[in-house]
Design a protein around this ligand. Structure first.
Ligand SMILES: C[S@@+](CC[C@H](N)C(=O)[O-])C[C@H]1O[C@@H](n2cnc3c(N)ncnc32)[C@H](O)[C@@H]1O
Length: 302
């Protein structure tokens, strides 16, 4: 809360007409120790494309290029900061892999990113959340300084102690949050398992960011699945499948989602893989004229 108050006070201090149009907030650099922690937490490496939304003086992208050999792109609305950052990239000898463009982050194409970094005011961070979930590939790491993404709970949170922040000396802290963009699996799936005794079944999944719940229609009843978890394009869940002898067989299913298909293995929890499974997305049922109308009807004037 103190972090937000400080940034908002700085925002008020910088409230020129130009600053007010920056809905992501004014230029307040992330302390270098926090930049280092953000890149460490995201495990940035030479294969990454790091995109910083609202890149300020370019320090996040420049550090990623210099220290880890990553490629990077900074998007920044302030032209002077863009020029400064590109000059820094030249000076540091990383202009071949770090570049900066003047652009509003809300209009940016971010689909190439494998790591996305943010230090923007909460309203803007939240405004970007649907774009992050929609435009980024599953598995992309998202790191934010100080501001979280609401009910999308982070995979990790690290607190960094600082002796300087907002250009002032003192005892400060910064929060660094990490998320992994989850694949979208909401809906209905047809599952087949390559093992005798497990008949094909349907799964109906309801997703909440990196978590999901749902049930499997097995042998005329619904078996609730447990521990549904998504990590990038990988999903896992447990099912207690009924056995012919009246007992149940608890199995852990792990699979990789590729658009409308899933392939993976299953095993007893804690044991070795005992078979393969795959799933395909069941076509969504379209509401047809034969279905009884149960919801409220719109009046002509609505
Ligand atoms: C708090 S600073 C962070 C700078 C840098 N990312 C860092 O962490 O050091 C936020 C930056 O976002 C820029 N910004 C604000 N709104 C923006 C927008 N709509 N599009 C692009 N940049 C924006 C500001 O000019 C400012 O430089």
């Amino acid at each position: 809360m103190r972090q937000l108050a400080c940034l908002l006070v700085m925002f008020a201090g910088a409230a020129t007409a130009a600053a007010q149009q920056y809905t992501g907030g004014p230029y307040v650099p992330t302390p270098q120790a926090v930049v280092d922690e953000m890149l460490r937490l995201a495990k940035v490496n030479a294969d990454d494309v790091v995109v910083d939304l609202g890149s300020g003086d370019g320090r996040i992208v420049l550090t990623a290029a210099q220290r880890y050999g990553a490629r990077g792109l900074g998007l920044e609305i302030d032209e002077e900061l863009v020029q400064f950052s590109n000059a820094e990239a030249e000076r540091l000898g990383v202009a071949d892999r770090a570049r900066f463009l003047q652009q509003d982050v809300l209009e940016a194409h971010i689909g190439e990113a494998t790591v996305l970094t943010l230090y923007l005011l909460p309203a803007m961070t939240m405004m970007l959340r649907p774009k992050i979930l929609h435009d980024l590939k599953p598995g992309t790491r998202v790191v934010s300084h100080d501001f979280d993404l609401g009910e999308w709970r982070p995979d990790r949170k690290v607190v960094v102690d600082l002796s300087e922040k907002y250009g002032t000396s003192g005892a400060f802290q910064s929060n660094v949050f990490l998320w992994t963009v989850p694949v979208r699996i909401e809906g209905e799936w047809r599952v087949t398992a390559a093992r005798a005794g497990i008949a094909p079944f349907r799964l109906r999944l309801k997703q909440q960011f990196q978590h999901f719940e749902g049930g499997a229609a097995v042998g005329g009843r619904i078996v609730k699945l447990q521990q549904g978890e998504i990590n990038g394009a990988t999903i896992r869940f447990e099912l207690a499948l009924p056995r012919n002898d009246g007992g149940v067989r608890r199995l852990l299913f792990v699979g990789t989602v590729n658009n409308d298909a899933i392939r993976g293995e299953f095993r007893p929890p804690g044991g070795e893989a005992i078979g393969h499974w795959n799933a395909s997305r069941a076509a969504a049922r379209l509401p047809g004229p034969s279905r009884p109308a149960t919801g409220p009807r719109l009046r002509r004037s609505d």
